[in-house]
Design a protein around this ligand. Structure first.
Ligand code: G
Ligand code: G
Ligand code: MN
Length: 380
């Protein structure tokens, strides 16, 4: 990043400004651009300076950038607005893979009421309009539930249930992911405690996003919440995707070891669709991987998918890591996973994610529910 900052400075002139806005985010201000079309010359210059590789400890590293452009006064009249619209254009460039994009008001339409939605999310967190649904993870050997994944839902007063895919991305970009994650952890830990008090031992998994791994306050907050909730760290597990780790691997690794030392265990979510190398997995304190549902859903029909699932299981086991298959929708898939020695399964075949009351009931009444101590016959 330092080298990139220097290179950017080297091609710009007074009174241009290069700013480092965060992790891998830079902003360039060009107050003296003569005409709007000239922006393409600057984009070309920036792209050219990325062509020669960067060198870290003697290793050449290729760097790619997505550039978003917003123009004053055509696109925005305040600095905040200008930055926000450049950000929207940058995301459009990233999504299209074109490398650069000029802000276009129709792009705002792709993010319907995004800003208003984020203001409302802040309120929703404070006013408890968020809730958690739970989906069981079943041990394949004894076919009983061992844990539950907590999945956030937003019950919006006007719009109804808003799925997480629609607000987690924007929450990450606006920093609201932090209060949201704290809310999620507090609620999940509290729930775990209530279940344990009712004699239901469930390990609760919570999803963390890339931004959470960069949050220096996270470990302290986790310790506090566990203490307040009187829940042992063994009962909480964090799920992180490969891509969240790869956003900033050095930081992620440090954070994961800090949390591991607190006693938290990690599961790698959506495994197989990201870019994490096996050598990377070996360096992280990971106790479980979750094979992505795109492989699991097709494994009974598709030999390739089945082969990937089988190899992933063997490989994880060789590294001493447990395997959960997500997206188990049929009995046939479950049987095939059992034959492959997979440890646990999650999916619609057992249960959809359920609201807490329905899930508590399911835990006690389902054939797949919790193992009852001292009982070896289970009612059907
Ligand atoms: O059921 P489902 O639609 O819940 O989830 C969609 C996606 O949203 C999943 O990939 C899941 O990992 C993610 N997700 C659900 N809840 C949370 C959460 O509390 N935090 C984060 N970071 N992601 C979540
Ligand atoms: O990425 P993550 O594993 O956190 O997300 C869980 C997501 O997977 C949720 O959106 C949940 O609703 C969905 N899901 C859970 N089980 C199944 C399943 O059996 N089939 C499909 N298609 N999706 C599932
Ligand atoms: Mn998950």
């Amino acid at each position: 990043m330092k080298e990139l900052g220097l290179r950017l400075q080297s091609i710009l002139f007074e009174p241009d400004v290069v700013a480092h806005l965060g992790a891998d985010l830079f902003a360039v201000l060009l107050p003296k651009l003569a005409k709007a079309e000239d922006i393409h010359l600057v984009i070309e210059k920036i792209q050219k300076l990325l062509l020669s590789p960067f060198s870290i400890d003697g290793l050449p590293i290729a760097v790619e950038a997505s550039i978003g452009v917003a123009l004053y006064p055509g696109h925005a009249r305040t600095s905040e607005e200008l930055l926000r619209r450049a950000d929207i254009a940058m995301h459009a460039a990233k999504e299209s893979g074109s490398g650069h994009a000029l802000y276009d008001p129709t792009l705002d339409k792709h993010h319907p009421q995004r800003l208003a939605l984020m203001a409302e999310l802040r309120q929703a967190i404070e006013q408890n309009h968020l809730l958690l649904h739970y989906q069981p993870k079943i041990n394949i050997r004894d076919k009983k539930t061992v844990g539950a994944e907590a999945l956030v839902r937003w019950n919006h007063p006007q719009q109804g249930m808003i799925p997480p895919d629609e607000f987690i991305g924007p929450a990450e970009r606006t920093g609201l992911i932090h209060p949201m994650t704290y809310w999620l952890l507090r609620t999940a830990i509290q729930q775990c405690r209530e279940w344990r008090q009712a004699g239901l031992d469930v390990v609760v998994s919570a999803n963390l996003s890339a931004r959470n791994l960069l949050d220096p306050k996270l470990p302290g907050t986790v310790v506090e919440l566990l203490r307040d909730g009187e829940v042992a760290p063994e009962f909480i597990q964090f799920e992180i995707t490969e891509s969240a780790i790869m956003t900033d691997p050095a930081h992620a690794q440090k954070m994961m070891f800090t949390l591991r030392d607190i006693g938290i265990r990690f599961s790698i979510d959506d495994f197989g669709i990201g870019y994490s190398s096996l050598s990377c997995l070996q360096k992280l304190p990971v106790s479980q991987i979750k094979i992505d549902k795109s492989f699991v859903i097709h494994m009974t029909q598709n030999k390739g998918a089945a082969m990937i699932v089988r190899s992933t299981i063997d490989l994880a086991h060789n590294l001493g890591i447990d395997v959960v298959a997500e997206g188990v929708e049929t009995e046939q898939t479950l049987n095939q996973l059992e034959e492959m020695n997979c440890d646990a399964a999650q999916g619609y075949y057992f249960s959809k994610p359920l609201p807490v009351n329905a899930f508590s009931l399911w835990l006690q009444e389902s054939l797949w529910g919790l193992k009852k101590s001292g009982e070896n016959s289970q009612k059907i």
